[in-house]
Design a protein around this ligand. Structure first.
Ligand code: ZN
Ligand code: ZN
Length: 409
């Protein structure tokens, strides 16, 4: 067990953030993952890291704060926090976030407080978020179990058993099986995804038409010079990194005003510490004009109205229904895993690498090229076993991209 944990920590540090000698690592972790965070810090120092700065978080304290702190604090971000994130990004630090949360940590909290806090944070830390979204700094997200989350994923088991099951499931998603060869397997995996990404780029689709039996009937126009991406990215200084571990998706950005129709969620979504389920969006000229959810509608509505552009889409991602995480048949209630089990879209901001030359464009230039800019970026899962996606090329040729939930190209 400890060996596997150490292997995952090394994987995140050496392949994920790919921390370089002399570089500083900013490590964000829940306090419940302290043991794993220490392993990550140790792996980072082992890789020649200059320093590891740790930012601890705690579900219980964060819930208490949202429920009881003075109302004004949700519009504020302290100066030290701005300096920590923005200065670290500016000085070229690497970032590693451990994503583990009680899916219902903020149940019963006023959605307006969450929304304002998200917006305040985005505005204050804009240089940091831009550096991430534009691949200026290396960053990665990994995840390890905590009891509140494990209980939600494996209800009916004792804490210990649920934790063990979640650990095993996570190790499987990140290709760790105890033989110490995960790094090799990751390089093979990244190569396979790169080959399919290249193929999608050569096809130059103008539109993608999604249909399935849930009721999805959505047409997505892609920007003229869009690029598909997957797996890893490279900073301007040439540092290759893998932003999500696991990752199974190949993604690009939609044309901001080019999405029309209706799209149904295929899985529940945890948005800001609340579960929302059985929802659909009606979309017109790129904008979500109607949002309905059987569970958590107010939190979904808060998420798509954080700012004006949160109700436009910023990501189109392809994941086969028959793929490693999907085949585990586990609902993780954590987007890092659920998004890598299903085709998904994101409402909110687009990644600048999704357009030719995008990484050196300003936010205004990206917006002018049709890439949405927003404080939000929330993936939600839409892939099903019967999903069909038909691509139409710039030349007008129709090509099946997905048939029965899986790649047809
Ligand atoms: Zn995604
Ligand atoms: Zn995303």
């Amino acid at each position: 067990m400890l060996e596997k944990m150490n292997e995952y920590a090394r994987l995140l540090v050496e392949v994920g953030a790919n921390v370089q000698k002399g570089q500083t690592l900013l490590l964000a972790s829940p306090i419940e993952c302290a043991q794993f965070a220490r392993m990550c810090a140790s792996a980072a120092y082992g890789a020649g890291c200059r320093d590891v700065e740790v930012i601890w978080s705690d579900d219980a304290l964060s819930r208490e704060r949202f429920l009881r702190a003075d109302n004004a604090v949700f519009d504020e971000v302290p100066e030290w926090s701005r300096r920590l994130y923005n200065d670290s990004a500016e000085s070229g630090a690497a970032f590693l976030a451990i994503s583990a949360r009680d899916p219902e940590a903020l149940k019963g909290v006023d959605p307006d407080r969450i929304k304002r806090s998200q917006l305040a944070r985005f505005n204050a830390l804009e240089p940091f978020y831009s550096a991430q979204m534009n691949n200026v700094v290396p960053w990665t997200i990994g995840s390890v179990p905590i009891p509140s989350w494990a209980r939600k994923v494996f209800p009916g088991y004792h804490d210990r058993e649920a934790m063990d099951r979640l650990w095993d499931a996570i190790f499987e998603t990140v290709r760790i099986n105890g033989d110490g060869r995960a790094v090799e397997r990751w390089h093979e995996h990244l190569d396979i995804m790169a080959a399919r990404t290249k193929k999608l780029n050569e096809l130059h689709f103008k539109t993608l038409h999604y249909t399935n039996s849930l009721g999805t009937d959505l047409t997505i126009e892609l920007p003229k010079d869009h690029l598909w991406a997957s797996g890893g990215a490279t900073t301007p200084k040439g540092q290759f990194f893998v932003a999500n571990m696991p990752t199974e998706e190949i993604f690009t950005a939609p044309l901001k005003t080019g999405v029309n129709g209706v799209v149904y969620a295929a899985l529940p979504l945890v948005v800001n510490g609340n579960v929302t389920d059985k929802f659909h969006f009606v979309v017109k000229d790129g904008k979500i004009v109607e949002a309905h959810a059987e569970t958590g509608e107010e939190f979904l509505k808060a998420a798509i109205t954080v700012d004006e552009n949160a109700s436009y889409f910023g990501e189109v991602a392809l994941v086969p229904y028959d793929s490693p995480i999907s085949n585990q048949n586990i609902l993780y209630y954590n987007t890092l895993f659920d998004e890598n089990a299903r085709c998904h879209l994101a409402f909110g901001r687009a990644y600048s690498e999704c357009i030719e030359g995008g990484e050196s464009m300003t936010n205004e230039e990206l917006e002018a090229h049709g890439l949405n800019q927003s404080a939000a970026h929330n993936d939600f899962m839409i892939g099903t076993a019967d999903l069909s996606i038909v691509g139409t090329t710039v030349g007008g040729e129709e090509i099946p991209v997905f048939v029965n939930g899986n790649f047809a190209i």
